[in-house]
Design a protein around this ligand. Structure first.
Ligand SMILES: NCc1[nH]cc(CCC(=O)O)c1CC(=O)O
Length: 308
């Protein structure tokens, strides 16, 4: 037992890739470590017919994995940071944030190179309110249609001709070997990414020194400070991943620059805030950007959505 580790993951191809990537990094460091990957199904995977914003609740993609660790069936859980709520159950914590992949959204289409090329009234697939509001803000003429399912399913729906274009995270496409499907990467100023997008996190039991020590070398400090600032924003806004909140931090030496956004789904209200400060204050930079957004009325937009 002492030289083994069990990794809990969702069973989607992207989640599996992330768990296997984590396993490979551990194996490279500890050649004798026995690694088991345990695939689990979460509530978010089961409910495929409704937009996630309507399903509600936080941690749709992580609860079952957390339960597995608390019950001792698994030692760590590998998550897309985008899906990880701000708070953790008693006894669990976020121990590691790994190096970030490209955090941008990707424009994927079989006919067009970028959003600007889409003709009037073209149909864009996304179920993300964050993506929807930013597209609607720039191109109110476009028709935005729901698009759920894992990355592979979404690409198949595009290929079936259901949409003129779809928007996905570049990171997921790159990881699954679909980089050649990306027609263009949307600059963060045009589509501000989801909090934590492109970063993978590892959650484990707080009181498990062996496991905490084992995974500690996978922590990437630059990514962690950026994600800490973004999540500081989310904590203050009380938002889950299914709300039209965007946040993206970049580093320049010891300085951290954070941009945040809260929008109404139809793009009619777009609140933006930004702040720069020392990276040692990452989390509080997040709090302050959120407070700026709240002072502009972000809570009205967010609470209106909660009532649905
Ligand atoms: N919501 C599902 C999800 N969670 C993480 C990613 C992409 C990978 C990442 O952000 O690390 C995706 C797919 C997508 O948004 O296209």
């Amino acid at each position: 037992m002492s030289n083994s580790i069990r990794i809990a993951t969702r069973k989607s191809p992207l989640a599996m890739w992330q768990a296997e990537h984590t396993a490979a990094l551990l194996k490279a460091r500890y050649p004798d470590l026995a690694i088991e990957i345990i695939g689990m199904t979460t509530k978010g995977d089961k409910i495929l017919d409704a937009p996630l914003a309507k399903v509600g609740g936080k941690g749709l993609f992580v609860k079952e994995l957390e339960q597995g660790m608390l019950e001792g069936q698994a030692d760590i859980a590998v998550h897309s940071m985008k899906d990880v709520p701000v708070d953790f159950p008693e006894g669990l914590h976020l121990a590691v944030i790994m190096e970030r992949e490209d955090p941008r959204d990707a424009f994927v289409s079989n006919k067009y190179e970028k959003i600007e090329d889409l003709p009037q009234g073209a149909c864009v697939g996304t179920s993300s309110l964050r993506r929807q509001c930013q597209i609607a803000d720039r191109r109110p003429d476009l028709r935005i249609e729901p698009l759920r399912g894992n990355v592979n399913t979404r690409l198949a729906k595009l290929d079936a001709g259901d949409y003129d274009a779809i928007i996905l995270a570049a990171a997921g496409l790159v990881r699954l070997g679909f980089e050649d499907r990306i027609r263009s990467r949307i600059e963060t100023g045009l589509s501000l990414p989801a909090i934590g997008q492109g970063a993978i996190g590892i959650e484990c039991r707080s009181e498990d020194p062996r496991v905490n020590d084992l995974i500690a070398p996978l922590h990437h400090l630059d990514t962690a400070d950026r994600v800490l600032a973004e999540r500081g924003m989310n904590a203050r806004l009380n938002g889950g991943c299914q709300v039209p909140i965007a946040g993206h931090a970049v580093l320049d030496g010891d300085r951290l620059f954070l941009r945040g956004l809260v929008g109404s789904p139809d793009g009619s209200r777009m609140l933006r805030a930004e702040l720069e400060g020392p990276r040692s204050e990452a989390e509080s930079i997040g709090t302050r950007v959120a407070e700026d957004l709240l002072s502009q009325g972000a809570d009205e937009i967010l609470s209106a959505l909660m009532e649905h």
